[in-house]
Design a protein around this ligand. Structure first.
Ligand SMILES: NC(=O)c1ccc[n+]([C@@H]2O[C@H](COP(=O)([O-])OP(=O)(O)OC[C@H]3O[C@@H](n4cnc5c(N)ncnc54)[C@H](OP(=O)(O)O)[C@@H]3O)[C@@H](O)[C@H]2O)c1
Length: 288
């Protein structure tokens, strides 16, 4: 949609700055949710192998393409579940990545993906993400995916990639909202040409949306708190992927043009930061 701004990645590709996330949406519900999102005007969808809804998401994408939406106007992201149950080292690790990628692409019903991400760095298992990244570079060289990036990476892992890999990550998708604004990581990204994408951009729809300082700003602009928070992401140059299965909220979250947060608003939003995460610390997180 022309009203959604885009961010140009370091490989020249463009990603819509506002997308639609589907974590915790069961497979069968992903189809109506993604359908509602595309009908509302979203053109970017964020899923992951571990969400177990790539097929349901893909069904809505297939439907949209059959209904006349052009493939080049849709932006689809999924993520490799680099779980702890598998050895990601060596040739067999790289082959496993290629197989996982093909399985995701088939479930999505696509022949090319826009963005593939390593879901977690798992640094307690050494630098297996470097080996995984080699397979990502191969997928990109083969034209199976347009852009490759990471999720939940810290500066240490990003530095290793920047120093040792051939292709720099296009983007790092991390927890980011007014309570946890990731100021230092964002500065590192900016310095190294890595785009910042926010997960849980609405703070998972909990206390953040009732935060008095944000309610005041929302009243001032005649908007909802969710719209103010998404506006803040956009004005910060961050890509945001809010999730909702509620059609009215799906539309509300896209309707964030036509107002501007001023310096006073931005200062008030900066003041609500607690530095506390909602999700796990990626440097310690090791699910199977
Ligand atoms: N890479 C990672 O490790 C990672 C981790 C977490 C998330 N993500 C991605 O980021 C996406 C978004 O994060 P998230 O799902 O954790 O949280 P979120 O988008 O911050 O919040 C979603 C929650 O907020 C509610 N909500 C949405 N819009 C609202 C509105 N306008 N007013 C009031 N409530 C609203 C939703 O409820 P309803 O659905 O009931 O409307 C849902 O409970 C995920 O779906 C996923 O794609 C990635």
């Amino acid at each position: 949609m022309s009203s959604i701004p885009t961010v140009t990645l370091n490989d020249g590709a463009q990603i819509p700055q506002l997308g639609f996330g589907v974590w915790q949406v069961p497979d069968a519900e992903a189809t109506p949710a993604v359908r509602a999102a595309i009908e509302a005007g979203y053109r970017s969808i964020d899923t992951a192998a571990i969400y177990e809804n790539e097929a349901g998401t893909g069904a809505a994408i297939t439907e949209a393409l059959a209904g006349g939406v052009a493939r080049e106007d849709l932006y689809v992201t999924t993520k490799l579940w680099n779980s702890g149950t598998r050895d990601w080292s060596g040739e067999q690790g790289r082959d496993a990545v290629l197989r996982e990628f093909d399985a995701s692409l088939a479930k999505l019903g696509l022949d090319q993906l826009d963005l593939y991400l390593i879901h977690w760095p798992r640094p307690m298992h050494g630098d297996s993400y470097l080996n995984i990244w080699k397979a990502f570079e191969q997928l990109k060289a083969d034209g199976k995916v347009k852009s490759i990036g990471v999720s939940n990476f810290g500066t240490e892992q990003l530095t290793r990639l920047l120093d040792e890999a051939s292709v720099a990550p296009a983007l790092n998708q991390v927890e980011l909202h007014p309570y946890f604004p990731q100021t230092e990581l964002r500065a590192f990204h900016a310095e190294h040409g890595i785009a910042t994408e926010a997960w849980s951009p609405l703070g998972q729809g909990k206390e953040l949306l009732a935060e008095p300082a944000l309610v005041k700003i929302a009243e001032k602009h005649g908007r909802t708190v969710a719209q103010v928070v998404l506006r803040w992401h956009l004005q910060s140059g961050v890509i945001a992927i809010p999730k909702s299965v509620t059609p009215s909220r799906i539309r509300e979250n896209l309707d964030v043009a036509g107002f501007e947060l001023d310096a006073e608003d931005l200062a008030a939003i900066a003041a609500v930061a607690t530095g506390k995460r909602i999700g796990p610390d990626p440097q310690e997180f090791d699910w199977n």
